[in-house]
Design a binder for this molecule. Structure first.
Ligand code: PEP
Ligand code: MG
Length: 363
């Protein structure tokens, strides 16, 4: 972390002495992780692994995997992705040097990896040596009208457990490698997205545990790790006491939680929300500032119920609201342990967390 000088340095020093909540970052690239560290991030609160697959030739391997005919085909593509993913994680662990790193298993709706236009279909058919008509049929089978409410998050890991197994293997092998290289213990936090049912988390967690045992036996390196879940569906918040039986941490995905609580699409909302704000129907865009009364109530419920089951349940937030000062004040009051935000928001979040803690002491 660079030395901060002058008034800014003094303010940040005060902030860090005063705040209770930790400040982590949302990052999946080494550049973002390094930038966040230089701004004072105390770990990674959300590594969105799907972003790692959109780059360059990786998207083709991913497409090949999703469009494969059977499990053997998927496993062949996953074997190509494993070394890439392992080196991604080694780099992040080394940059974070023993600080917590939360890695989320693949989340995106499948359509993000599917070829869309006729040209794309033709291109992918050539790249994958599949007949164009056969490919079109497979794409049609995977098509969804509401992909954000469809085959994504843990649902993908349940349909195709081999994807979660590859990612878990990459995480554990990387943790062993980074621990050897840096001498600092690496305790990965593996996060399962879009959980609504404890049984979903249990299914995925069992796959993760099997892989952990195998990698620990193969590498001879003992690896501690946590398994937790995103809380981004109202059902998960309401059933937090049950889900906490299987989760060692919760991270509030307030982007999806806002979407699913309001029933407003996070991707298409802006047009009518600006009318709502103009006409005074809502005061704020709830995707920017947390809706304290509704979404916030679900967070309070989940925090209270989750900790009733497990009093050391670690609680964080990794939706966009984790970098919004007013929402950070809410997180302090709700008893969260950390906020996670984009790298450039880290200094603001450190300051807001301090102001929130200071207000709490004064009140
Ligand atoms: C969220 O839903 O708040 C979240 C952090 O996940 P994503 O934005 O990747 O869906
Ligand atoms: Mg989400």
């Amino acid at each position: 972390q660079p030395e901060l000088s002058g008034d800014f340095g003094r303010i940040m020093e005060w902030a860090d002495r005063t705040r209770r909540m930790k400040v982590r970052t949302n990052a999946e690239t080494p550049a973002d992780a390094r930038a966040a560290r230089s701004f004072g991030a105390e770990g990674i609160g959300l590594c969105r692994t799907e972003h790692m697959f959109f780059e360059g030739s990786r998207i083709n391997v991913m497409r090949e995997m999703i469009l494969a005919e059977d499990e053997a085909g998927r496993r062949a593509s996953l074997a190509k992705l494993l070394p890439m993913q392992r080196s991604d994680f080694v780099e992040l662990f080394e940059i974070m040097h023993g600080l917590p790193v939360t890695i989320r298993l693949l989340d995106p709706p499948l359509h993000e990896f599917l070829p869309k236009t006729d040209e794309e279909i033709a291109e992918v058919a050539t790249a994958l040596s599949i007949d164009e008509a056969v490919l079109r049929l497979r794409v049609d089978t995977l098509h969804e009208f509401n992909p954000m409410l469809g085959h994504r998050g843990c649902r993908l890991a349940i349909s195709y457990p081999e994807i979660a197994e590859m990612q878990a293997r990459a995480i554990f092998e990387a943790a062993a490698e980074a621990a050897r290289a840096t001498g600092a213990a690496v305790v990965p936090e593996i996060m399962v997205p879009l959980v609504g049912l404890k049984a979903e988390l249990d299914y995925v967690k069992a796959r993760i545990e099997d892989v952990a045992k195998a990698v620990i036996a193969e590498s001879g390196v003992p690896i501690d790790y946590l398994v937790g879940t995103m809380i981004e569906l109202p059902r998960a918040a309401l059933r937090a006491h049950v889900i906490a039986e299987s989760a060692e941490f919760f991270s509030f995905g307030t982007n999806d939680l806002t979407q699913t609580t309001f029933g407003i699409s996070r991707d298409d909302a802006s047009a009518f929300l600006s009318t709502y704000i103009q006409k005074g129907i809502v005061e704020q865009d709830p995707f920017v500032q947390l809706d304290f009364d509704g979404v916030g109530e679900l967070i309070r419920i989940a925090a209270e119920r989750g900790r009733r089951t497990r009093d050391d349940l670690k609680l964080g937030i990794c939706g966009e609201h984790g970098g919004d000062p007013a929402s950070i004040h809410f997180c302090e009051e709700a008893g969260l342990d950390y906020v996670s935000c984009s790298p450039f928001r880290v200094p603001i979040a450190r300051l807001a967390a301090a102001q929130a803690a200071f207000k709490g002491v004064k009140a």
